[in-house]
Design a protein around this ligand. Structure first.
Ligand code: NAD
Ligand code: MG
Length: 402
């Protein structure tokens, strides 16, 4: 394991933020900027939001910036030159891979949304970086290969997803010996239930993208907001937890906890249940993973339990959240099934946000794609991308027919 714990007098750790213009990227930069003696920004990437990325470059003065295409790169490079900045602009996936695996980088925040983050995140793992994993889709798609790459490298993987970060904090340091060996009975994965937790089922078909993106507790990117509303997010997180902690799907129980104060729990055989609590602000898990095993200020205000007053729990309803059932089935099927589930979901969410399908059709589309493409075994990354590609085509075909 990469020991990046800091002792006095050392140089700041160099951080690449993949997906810097997004919600997680901005929260990461907020924490990093609070600790200039500990961290400095090495590279920032944004896909299409060149103006946002330009502003971030002015503020953080990275050595590299990466954008999606040559035109955006020329635009950004021109602006940065005018500002007198030496930042070099790189393009596309090659650029992302370069700044993720660069020999001068210590820490990589993997916060690109969706399948687009897989290769750059793997590049960081293969280059033995401290990898802060927000991009859950990468692990869902390629779980076995990803975890093998981790074992073959000396990378350290720290979960940023608040639930997995909480579980990591509640597990003993030697949990990789096996959950049952360290006395874990099950993992309790908490879920807010999203904006539609109490809406009459008959109204779900009529909800708008704006309603789906208005999460009651968290402010996040649009794709994960829709995933939270459908609870596909929890389904992806169930698969993520199985890979990260070597758990079987049956060992992970989803519990709805509307206040989002407990970020997840670990239930031990002696009856102890350990939980991690905090205000719902992603800067807490980000600061935890940046500084681990030390602790640094994240800017998050202290938890006021007296003001919160009560914590509630309920079981998820399969009729309301069919995506959770589909994800659990994909976790159990293994092989390419999670990659197929993820790809179909990406297309479905995109179609819902573009108002081409109803909210309730997200699950219909994914179920159709999973039924049409049986799971196959995964031997290499090409198998994963092939499944991803076939699932996207099948999903688009379904879209054309409805
Ligand atoms: P976001 O939409 O706010 O930001 C996404 C980032 O990815 C942006 O910087 C964008 O430029 C970049 N990007 C998008 N498409 C790209 C492409 N094709 N190639 C390269 N870059 C691309 O998303 P977010 O909410 O910050 O989420 C990022 C990841 O973190 C997701 O995987 C999400 O599931 C995970 N996550 C987010 C939160 C949260 O609170 N926002 C919590 C847990 C996990
Ligand atoms: Mg989460």
């Amino acid at each position: 394991m990469n020991d990046l714990s800091r002792r006095g007098g050392e140089r700041p750790l160099r951080v690449t933020v993949l997906g810097a213009t997004g919600s997680i990227g901005l929260s990461t930069l907020d924490v990093v900027a609070r600790h200039p003696q500990r961290y400095e920004v090495f590279a920032l990437t944004g896909h299409s939001r060149v103006l946002d990325l330009h502003g971030l470059c002015l503020r953080h003065r990275p050595r590299y910036a990466v954008v999606g295409d040559a035109r955006a790169a020329a635009d950004l490079q021109g602006r940065l030159r005018e500002d007198g900045l030496a930042t070099q602009v790189l393009v596309g996936e090659e650029g992302l891979i370069e700044v993720a695996g660069h020999s001068d980088v210590d820490v990589v925040m993997a916060a690109i949304v969706g399948a687009a983050g897989l290769r750059p995140t793997l590049a960081a793992v293969n280059a033995s970086k401290r990898v802060l994993l927000a991009n859950k889709e990468a692990l869902v798609m390629s779980g076995a290969l990803f975890m093998q790459a981790l074992r073959d490298s000396s990378a350290t993987l720290l979960p940023i997803d608040s639930e997995h970060n909480a579980i990591f904090q509640c597990l003993p340091g030697d949990y990789s010996r096996g959950l049952s060996v360290v006395g874990v009975r099950r993992i309790l994965l908490t879920a807010s239930g999203g904006p539609f937790r109490e809406m009459p089922l008959s109204e779900l078909a009529g909800v708008s993208p704006a309603q789906a993106c208005a999460h009651p507790n968290w402010s996040m990117g649009r794709k994960i907001s829709v995933d939270s509303a459908s609870m596909m997010n929890k389904g992806l997180e169930l698969i993520e937890a199985c890979w990260l902690f070597d758990a079987r799907p049956e060992q992970v129980e989803v519990v709805i906890h509307p206040q989002s104060v407990i970020h997840s729990m670990v239930d031990y055989v002696d009856g102890s249940v350990l939980a991690q609590l905090g205000n719902p602000d992603m800067r807490t898990p980000i600061a935890h993973a940046l500084a681990w095993p030390e602790r640094v200020d994240s800017g998050v205000s202290p938890l006021d339990l007296l003001q919160i007053g009560r914590l509630d729990f309920q079981a998820p309803d399969d009729r309301r959240f069919p995506c959770l059932r589909l994800a659990r089935a994909a976790a159990q099927a293994g092989g390419t099934a999670p990659a197929i589930l993820n790809a179909a979901n990406e297309i479905a969410v995109e179609a819902f946000l573009a108002e081409r399908i109803r909210f309730t059709q997200i699950a219909d589309m994914i179920e159709h794609v999973l039924e049409s493409l049986p799971s196959a075994s995964v031997g290499c990354l090409d198998d994963v991308f092939d499944a991803d590609d076939r699932a996207r085509r099948q999903a688009r075909h379904w879209l054309e027919r409805i």
